[in-house]
Design a protein around this ligand. Structure first.
Ligand SMILES: [Cu+2]
Length: 173
């Protein structure tokens, strides 16, 4: 009797998994959330600001399907005061520091990956009380003056810090 009780819920769980997720579907994370002029935007996420702060970083992947390079030149959100494009660059002293940059190049037939420790969107003055699962609207502007908007989910912040906390020298507020 005991073994029957243990086996039954497991097989039910396996059945519902199979029914809901066809094997041929690509992983949801890789699907573009938005597209404009041959540029795919995928995996947008915004790190939950560490306790009490209103500054955090957002990340995403830009894939350029065109034969010409494209540049990301700006970002904004109705849910934040300001968004800057940031990079971690190695200074003359050999120390990596966070710096604001004017543009992020997406190579022809290539990608620009905005990820922890590298390129990122620095979000200032984010609205209070955001929590994981919330969606923040972000609008990107490219060098051809085209703009695209998409929802960016708020995710847990494993580091409990903000990009640049370990390299304050380059942070210009
Ligand atoms: Cu930054």
């Amino acid at each position: 009797m005991k073994s029957v009780l243990r086996v039954l819920p497991l097989s039910l769980a396996m059945f519902s998994l199979t029914a809901c997720e066809p094997a041929k579907a690509p992983p949801a994370a890789m699907l573009p959330v938005a597209q404009i002029d041959g540029i795919d935007i995928s995996e947008p996420r915004l790190r939950l600001p560490p306790g009490g702060r209103d500054v955090t970083a957002a990340y995403l992947t830009l894939t350029n399907n065109q034969d010409v390079p494209r540049k990301l030149v700006g970002a904004e959100s109705p849910d934040a005061a300001r968004i800057e494009l940031h990079a971690h660059l190695t200074g003359a002293d050999g120390v990596k520091q966070m710096r604001q940059v004017n543009e992020v190049v997406i190579p022809a037939k290539g990608t620009a990956v905005l990820a922890p420790g590298g390129l990122h969107l620095m979000v200032f003055g984010i609205k209070p009380d955001v929590k994981p699962g919330d969606q923040i609207k972000i609008t990107l502007t490219f060098d051809n003056a085209r703009r695209v908007s998409f929802p960016t989910p708020v995710v847990e912040n494993p580091s409990q810090s903000v990009e640049g906390d370990k390299a304050h020298g380059g942070h210009q507020h």
